[in-house]
Design a protein around this ligand. Sequence first.
Ligand SMILES: NC(=O)c1ccc[n+]([C@@H]2O[C@H](COP(=O)([O-])OP(=O)(O)OC[C@H]3O[C@@H](n4cnc5c(N)ncnc54)[C@H](OP(=O)(O)O)[C@@H]3O)[C@@H](O)[C@H]2O)c1
Length: 265
Amino acid sequence: MKSIGFIGAGNMGSAIGQGLRTAHPDLSISFYDLDGSKSEQSAKDCHGRVCGSYEELFSAAQVLVIAVKPQHLNSLFSEIQQLSEGREFISIVAGKPIRLFTEQLQTNKVIRFMPNLAAKVGESVVGISAVDGLEAEFRETAFEAARAIGMPVELPEELMPAITGLSGSGIAYVFAFLHAMALGGTDAGFSYSQALEIAYATCRGAVKVLRSEGVGPAEYLTRVTSAGGTTIKGIKALEEGGLTPTVMEAIQAAAQRAREIENEL
Ligand SMILES: NC(=O)c1ccc[n+]([C@@H]2O[C@H](COP(=O)([O-])OP(=O)(O)OC[C@H]3O[C@@H](n4cnc5c(N)ncnc54)[C@H](OP(=O)(O)O)[C@@H]3O)[C@@H](O)[C@H]2O)c1
């Protein structure tokens, strides 16, 4: 696989670096961050290399991953414009379209990813958009990187906000649900830590059983709710609290915010 260099060694740069390292023990991974201590920490976490300048990073890596916050892009562009012509980039920046990078960086070799934090353990959904006619070798490298950190889902760029709402931000809704289950378990008599372990195992088991039988969650839900039993009482309480519309609204709200950012060019 081609060597990878991260511009930005924060949460996501570091997480993707760790996921790549697990899948590709011999891969060359480099980091450059304005904050040198973050480059050092990320490099340490995935046995990568610390670069002290953009020049060093662009020499060390064939593919550059842009992993800075959207509000830092303009200053980044002015710093790397001299180095970027014809180079290969993967952008993970939420809400910023491919055309912004191709125009600013003078290259048509740009792929857009929407991963989430589970990249760190190789379990991220990775929304991928690429322009038509992208060079096959670079495209394959990008998909190989996406497979290393989880499950690639190729989609048209207009669906990037939707996958941001469903998965990029959506992983946080799962964290929120697990926390809520653990609080409920605490209320019912367990310690928080024990309730959380039980919640993890319950969620893991739920996904596994659905996967093993190829049955959808709605069908399984009706199978486990016996007449007048405990589960239907819990489901009733969830729906009275607005679970379904609230989760739907959360995904749409995040997707809408991603669309707004997309238009704030
Ligand atoms: N977090 C998520 O779950 C998630 C999921 C999907 C996509 N994303 C996208 O991933 C990107 C990174 O997010 P993050 O959470 O990893 O952010 P982060 O933790 O703030 O990391 C970004 C890093 O880039 C550094 N930086 C800023 N400008 C730079 C420059 N010109 N050159 C080199 N380094 C620079 C920042 O330094 P300073 O702190 O000193 O500014 C920071 O260390 C964002 O665009 C976000 O939209 C995030």
